[in-house]
Design a protein around this ligand. Structure first.
Ligand code: ZN
Length: 64
């Protein structure tokens, strides 16, 4: 049962959600209830997926 990080595209709220397989289509933002949330890759996922590295470098305050 992986916990994924999401960021709402509407209000930019970041939140974590426990997501079962196939349920990630139904994620909604806890703040504004928007369904327009995108999944953020975990650090471990980044290591095996360099094609997504561009996202990380464009958000310098991720780990502050
Ligand atoms: Zn939101």
């Amino acid at each position: 049962m992986p916990i994924f990080e999401y960021q709402c595209n509407q209000c930019k709220k970041e939140f974590e959600k426990l997501v079962f397989s196939g349920e990630d289509k139904y994620i909604s933002c806890p703040e504004c209830k928007s369904k327009d949330a995108r999944k953020k890759m975990s650090v471990s996922s980044f290591m095996g997926n360099n094609s997504l590295g561009k996202c990380a470098t464009s958000s310098p305050k991720d780990f502050s």
